[in-house]
Structures are given as C-alpha cells and as structure tokens.
Design a protein around this ligand. Structure first.
Ligand code: ANZ
Ligand code: ZN
Length: 841
C-alpha cells in the first residue's frame, strides 16, 4: 500500500456501488439466521436531507451494520412519509403538482442518503403516496371499520372564512388563518374518527412493558392518555334543571365559588334563546382556535347567565357563567370552578372579581395565607373545608366521593384525557378515505376489489378549499350497493395514519394484501427504533394503537411494534444575525458566510460585525445550518459519520464545530496510514497489544449494543494510539486488520478500502465481527504502590496474583525505595496483594 491520503471522493462512490452490486443489505425473510429489525423514523421528503437526519440514520446504520457482522439477518429499510401539506403549499406557491414535487424531492434525498453510505435495503423502498401503499391502507381502514373501530360524527374544525377551507391546528396562528389572516371560526363538520379510546387502558398498561423506552417518552404518553379518577355530580340550578359537572379535585369542593359551562352546552344554548347578549357572547367564543392548548392560553372570557347553582354541602348559591375555556367534549362540558387551585379558574375569577378562597394549604396553620399571582394546584392539607379540614388531598378526595355516593348526588368515575383520533383532512395530498355517500344507502364502503381509490392527477390549486371537492368529475361515482348516482368521500386521511403501519409494510410486501402476517411475525417487533423526541406522543401512540387495532382484527398477534426506542439529541450551532435598525427585523446568516473570531464574528461579505446568538437546534429559519452535501463533498462520508457519533452521548445535543469535523478528518487519515502499515509477513507476538485489542473488541461491541457510540469512538482512538506505539509484529498486523472490522460499522468506506488493501478478499461489510479470546480480557498486570513508612516512593507493575514474598522482593529492589530506606534495617513489610507494599524501618 502507498502512503497517499485516503481520498473519499474516489473511494466512497466505489464502495457504495460495490455494496449495491453485491446486494449486501437486502434482507431475506427466509434466512435461517436470527433476525434483527433496525429502523429509523422515515423522513418527509421536504427536498433535502438535513443534518438531523444524518445523525439519526448514522446511529441506526452503525447498529444495523454491527448486527449483520454479529450474524443476524438484518432488516434496515428506508422509505418516504410522502403525503402532507408542504407539497400542497408548494403547488399553490410554485404552480407545480404535489406529486411531481414530492417525487423530485425523493430522488434528490435518496441520492443524498446514498452518498452517506447507509446500509439500507433499497429493494423495499416505498413512498406513502404510492397508490399501491395507500390502497393497502384503505383496505386496512375498511377492516377497522368492519371491526367497529372507525366511525363518523360531527365535530368542530377550524374554518377559514376567507380561504373557505378547514385549517389544521398548526395553520391557526393567534386565532387567525396563516394564509388569509382572517379570524378563524369554529364549524361543525362530519368527520371520520378512529376509536383509539377503545384501547386507552391497554395503551397505558402497555407502557409498563416498554422498559427500554426512554422514561420521558413513557411519561409523556401516560399524561397524554391521562387517566384520572374523579367525581361526577349534578348541581341543582335556580331554574330547576340539573347540571352535571366533572371534577378531578372533589377535595376542593368547598373552594368552588362559581360554575361554568361550555359555549355550546345546552344550558348556554337555553339561556341564549331568551337573551341575545348571551347569543352574541357564544358567537364570539366560536372565533379563535379549538385546541385545548389554545384555550388554555387564550384570554378567559365569561358571560354571567343570571342562573345560580346550589352547593351540595353548604347550600350556597354559586353564579353560573358561560366560559370560553370550558370544552364541550370533555367531561360533561361543565365545571365547578375552584379559583384558588386551578389556574384557568384563577384567571377567570381575577378578571371577573370573584372570590378566591383557599382550601388547600401547607398545614392547618396556613389556612389564611394569601395567594400569589397564580393558583396553587399542588398537594397539601385541606383547610376552610368543614369535615375535610386537616385531611391530605387524596384522603379528602375519597371522603367527598364516598359521601356523594352515599348521599346519592354524585359518583366516582374514571375519565381519560385521550380523545378519539379525528383522521379527516379536507386536503388533496393524502390517502382518499374509501367511502361513498349514497342518497338512499347512506355511507357505503368502497368494495375492496375497487381499491385503490386513487387521487386524480388534474387538480387546481389556485382556488382555495379542497381540490377533491372542486374537481369536476372525480367524486361522481355509482353506489356499490344500489348502483345509483353517488359521491365519493372527498376527505383524505391524516398523514399520521400513513406512518402508523409503514414498519409492517417494510417487513412484508405482498402485492395482494397490506402484509403477510407470518412474514411480519418473523421481523417484528422492531428491535431498535430511532427517531426524534418530537414524535414522543402522536406518532408513537398512533403506531401502538394501530398495531393493537390490527391485533384486534386478527391480523397480527402482538401489540407493541417497537421493542426498544431511542430518541437522539439534536445537532446544534450558534446563530449569526443582525437587526435592521429601521424596521427592527432580524436577519440571519449561514455559518459559512461568517468569519468567527475568538469573541466576535463578522460577515465575510462586508466585514461588519454580526451578533452571535445561543447554540440552538439547527434550523432553516435561523440559518445556523450546515449542508450535509457540502461537508460530505469536503470531508467524505466517513468523517461526517464519525463526527455524528463522537463527542456527545447520542441522546444529548451535538454542537457542530469546524474543529470537530477537522479532527475527524485527521483521524480518518491516521487510520488510513495505520492500515498502510499492515504487514502480512511480520513476525512475533505482542501480548500487551493483543490484550488491548481484545478488550477493545469486546468493549466496542458492548458500546454499540448500548448505543453508546461516543464511547465506542473513544475506544477506537485509544486502540489506534496503542497500535501506533507498538513495534512491528504479527500481533500488530493482526490488530491493524482487526481495526478495519471494528471501524466498519462507523466508517464503512475507509474500512473497505483498508480491508481490500490488506487481504483483498470479500467485503468487510459482510465480514464477521472479530472473535474475542476471553483469556485475553482478564487484566493480568496490576499497579503496586510501594511505600516507605506510609509514604509513596514508587509504583511498579507486577503480574496479577504475585505471591507476597515475590512482591516484597520486587519492592525492596526498587532504587527509589532503597534511596528512601537509606541503609536503615527493615523491621517489617506489609503486603496487600495486587495493591500495595509498605516497608517499615
Ligand atoms: C375542580 C377543580 C379544582 C379542578 C382544582 C381542577 C383543579 P384534567 O386533569 O385535565 O382531566 N374540567 C372538567 N371538565 C372540563 C371541561 N369540559 N372543560 C374545561 N375544563 C374542564 O382536568 C380535569 C379538571 O378540568 C376538572 O377538575 C375541572 O376542573 C376541569 F383545584 O374541577 B376541576
Ligand atoms: Zn346506494
């Protein structure tokens, strides 16, 4: 081998082609080997791979490559989560077709992924916008419909009255349509729902089995499912009606100072019939967003109905308000409001000058402590609450529930925060919902042999609203039941449905069915799933639900799709910006356009300073990004992969640094030089080096299995140093060759190049993981501290387990010790085997 540099611009493409030609990474479902399914969350084809993808996929790739070397048949697939709004936005803005735009992005991003050398099974690639894929999805949707897990009901949506379209929650910004700026209204529409609440208990219980999932994710799901124990009871109203309310804090009942109902609650509607002010107020509440989060932060608005409600214990008359923060579809749509201990009630009571009594305090003595600027939702003991005084919150809850049940005015209940999943989207670029509306037969499923219901190609995006609804012919069809004229459903499925089962289709791809259960059973559950924490709730919960729903319909025999989950940290960088003094607008600059000095930075273009901002997640809007293509072109795939694995634990954020990637590049070259020193003819053994080698092999394996990639990286640095220092020997050559195997999951191109140069046969990607000799793992040398009169004089290395007499002799032979003793007679020698020798004179 020559001593030239490793040239990734030559080597990377060559090895990528070699892997393709050898079909190294195509998974064989019929293989007799044990199976391992490694999966990273598939990307949305936005146009370009970003650095976060690179980090995510590099981690999965190391694990997949390692598992293959350990003798597993590995499934490591990739595809595209290809439906969704950005494609429609592009269509509106640039006049391109969403399909064409998406396909072009996929082609570009696939080429980018290939340049990073990921060991992916491209033979299984699909995009969720492939009619084949979404046709199977339609079939599954019909199965769930038959099983009673799909239904239709009226529900509220965000309606943009200018664009005449339904908006997704994220398109409502401060209560206004993102595009039109018009005030968003709430409208009722017939929508499709998936009955995820049917599995609420099971989804919650299942979290207990996912002990290798991050604690944080399990907690977030638990909160999202939100099982709460509470009390449902009815107030008697001054007009003689009964008003059921639901509370999770029955203990605070003596702190209730008013009662509130949702704007569309029957009591509110009843009041509005005789009171047009009430009607106006209700209309006003209909503007603005519909989500619980939005209501939480929106200004609290109320309307006093003039009615009063009788407190079940004190008999006090509490005023009844219509309030914008009470949701109709949660609990009973009405609440007892306890301003001292609920923040929303607190804000409302403050605004409308209602009393805010304290009923929970740190101790009985604190009953009169005034409130600060917020409600106190925490634990404590009950005060100002008659028979509850002095009780802890939990005991007080039980006491109130018990009394209500005995006295017959209320009932303890379990309530779930989890709502059924509304999957209707009034959009074009999604999976058409496979139903037909017939005047005589009602809602009729599309017969399975007529699937897929495909999207029309000729659509117009220049007019607002749903293109499927507007299309001149698409929706007109015949009723499958009576043959009469009928209309297709024009809603499409939430794209989260597409990502709720894609991991099954990767495992098994028959043409005539969504998947083959037996083949799926060979691969699933996914052994290691890797993705961003932003998917902690929705995607992961929906995928868990979908798997259960398919189990329920007899199509699968497991409930949890992902045995292990790992959520990786983000790649971060500081920002560079300037504020325009005229309009106050801030503009950002790319790191490449900025010259960074020790404590300042200037824009290269004009030499004037820019402000240095915090180190934050790389994002287009802040321009603190590095382009994966650019750095790969400059440093090669392996240096970039190595950087992604180095320095930070994988769950932590990774700050991008020029110095860091330079260091990786130098290490690539250093390994290359070591590979060049391989000498098949070298003679002689180097026990110490062999020991280091075997220890490294074992440790790197452990690290990769624990996804502690940064530790594996550190061990390879150490091993490289040890090899560097060692004198030529057969052991050294063996170590060099083994290093190519160890580096292969992380720096696969360099490893192949080295491997080929060292022995020329086969691909290291397909090689076995090096064997470990357990005998070489035991540390056989120990460090002995040698003291004279308790003072450290020397340290010696000695073989482990050396007998006392020999240790004593070794210690006394030390020159430093002899100098210290200085001829004085030795009275006593204390030996602690393998640790210490103390000489007493
Ligand atoms: C009295 C009370 C006192 C409450 C207190 C909370 C704290 P989670 O935990 O989210 O389930 N609530 C009930 N139905 C509601 C609705 N339709 N719209 C808005 N709020 C509603 O919330 C349950 C609590 O939210 C219930 O307990 C109720 O307020 C309120 F110190 O009752 B609570
Ligand atoms: Zn019909």
């Amino acid at each position: 081998m020559t001593d030239t540099r490793f040239d990734p611009s030559q080597a990377d493409g060559r090895w990528q082609r070699a892997w393709d030609e050898a079909r190294c990474f195509e998974a064989d479902s019929n293989s007799a080997k044990p199976k391992s399914y490694v999966l990273e969350m598939f990307p949305y084809p936005s146009g370009r791979i970003h650095i976060g993808h690179v980090r995510n996929y590099t981690m999965g790739d190391v694990l997949a490559r390692y598992k293959r070397m350990r003798g597993f048949e590995v499934l490591h697939p990739m595809g595209w989560d290809a439906f969704g709004m950005p494609a429609e936005n592009a269509a509106m803005e640039k006049g391109v077709h969403p399909g064409g735009w998406t396909r072009e992005n996929i082609a570009n991003m696939k080429a980018q992924l290939k340049r990073i050398g990921f060991a992916l099974d491209w033979s299984r690639e699909f995009a969720t916008c492939d009619p084949e894929y979404y046709g199977h999805e339609q079939a599954l949707f019909l199965d769930l419909y038959e099983a009673g897990l799909v239904y239709r009901r009226t529900s509220e949506v965000n309606w943009d009255p200018v664009d005449m379209t339904v908006l997704a929650n994220e398109q409502v910004i401060d209560g206004k349509g993102w595009r039109s700026g018009a005030e968003v209204e709430k409208r009722k529409l017939d929508q499709w729902f998936l009955k995820i609440t049917h599995f609420a208990e099971d989804l919650l219980d299942g979290l207990g089995t996912l002990d290798t999932w991050p604690e944080k994710v399990r907690l977030m799901q638990e909160n999202w499912i939100g099982k709460s124990q509470g009390l449902e009871f009815a107030f008697e109203l001054s007009n003689g009606e009964r008003l059921p309310v639901y509370t999770t804090r029955p203990d605070t009942i003596f702190g209730a100072t008013f009662v509130a109902v949702a704007p569309d609650h029957p009591v509110a509607q009843g009041v509005a019939m005789n009171n047009c002010e009430a009607g106006k107020f209700i209309d006003r509440c209909k503007k603005g967003g519909t989500t619980a989060a939005e209501l939480e932060t929106a200004e609290k608005l109320g309307f006093d109905t003039g009615l009063s409600a009788r407190h079940p214990f004190t008999g006090a008359n509490l005023p009844v308000f219509i309030a914008n923060f009470v949701l109709m579809d949660y609990g009973t749509g009405a609440i007892m409001a306890v301003p001292g201990h609920d923040q929303r009630d607190f804000e409302f009571a403050t605004k409308y000058r209602l009393p805010i009594p304290r009923v929970v305090a740190a101790s009985l003595a604190d009953a009169a402590v005034p409130f600060g600027t917020e409600a106190e939702a925490g634990d404590g003991v009950l005060v100002n609450s008659q028979f509850l005084d002095g009780m802890e919150v939990d005991a007080a809850k039980q006491e109130v529930i018990g009394r209500a049940e005995r006295e017959g005015w209320g009932k303890g209940t379990t309530v779930w925060r989890l709502r059924d999943w509304g999957v209707s989207r009034q959009r074009y670029w999604g999976t058409p919902i496979p139903f037909i509306h017939c005047h005589s037969c009602g809602v009729v499923p599309v017969p399975k042999d007529q699937l897929p219901v495909t999207l029309p190609e000729d659509v117009d995006f220049q007019t607002p609203g749903n293109p499927l609804l507007r299309h001149p012919t698409w929706k007109h069809t015949q009723c499958p039941k009576c043959g009469g004229n009928a209309e297709r459903e024009t809603d499409t499925l939430d794209t989260f449905v597409d990502s709720s089962w894609y991991f099954l289709r990767f495992a098994s791809q028959p043409a005539d069915r969504p998947f083959d259960p037996e083949e799926v059973a060979k691969w699933l559950p996914v052994e290691q799933y890797i993705g961003g924490i932003e998917h902690a709730i929705l995607h992961l919960l929906y995928a868990r639900f979908w798997t259960r729903a398919l189990q329920h319909t007899g199509k699968l025999d497991f409930a949890e799709p992902f045995a292990s989950l790992f959520t990786q940290g983000m790649v971060t960088h500081e920002t560079y910006s300037r504020r325009d003094p005229d309009n106050g607008q801030r503009s950002y600059f790319m790191p490449d356009d900025v010259e960074r000095r020790s404590d300042s930075a200037v824009l290269r273009a004009d030499g004037f300073p820019v402000e240095i901002g915090r180190v934050i997640k790389m994002s287009k809007s802040k321009k603190n990004v590095v382009d994966p293509d650019a750095i790969i072109a400059r440093y090669g795939a392996d240096a970039v992969r190595w950087f992604m694995l180095s320095d930070s634990p994988p769950e932590r954020d990774l700050p991008w640094s020029e110095a860091g990637i330079e260091g990786c590049w130098r290490f690539v070259q250093r390994l290359w030089r070591l590979f060049g020193q391989y000498d098949a003819a070298a003679q002689g053994e180097d026990q110490a080096l062999l020991r280091k080698l075997h220890q490294t092999v074992a440790a790197v394996a452990e690290d990769i299995e624990a996804l502690s990639f940064n530790k594996a990286v550190a061990r390879l640095y150490e091993l490289a140093s040890a090899v560097d220092k060692a004198a030529p020997s057969a052991s050294r050559s063996h170590a060099i060759r083994t290093m190519a195997q160890l580096a292969s999951p992380m720096m696969p191109h360099l490893a192949e190049e080295g491997w080929a140069a060292m022995d020329g046969t086969g691909l290291v990607a397909l090689a076995d993981w090096p064997e470990v000799d357990p005998a070489l793992l035991v540390e056989d040398e120990v460090t002995i501290a040698v003291q004279h009169m308790g003072k450290l004089r020397d340290t010696l290395t000695a073989p482990k387990g050396l007998p006392r007499e020999e240790l004593e002799a070794l210690a006394l032979a030390s020159e430093k010790v002899q100098r210290s003793i200085d001829g004085a007679p030795v009275r006593k020698v204390i030996v602690v085997p393998d640790r210490l020798v103390n000489i007493v004179t």
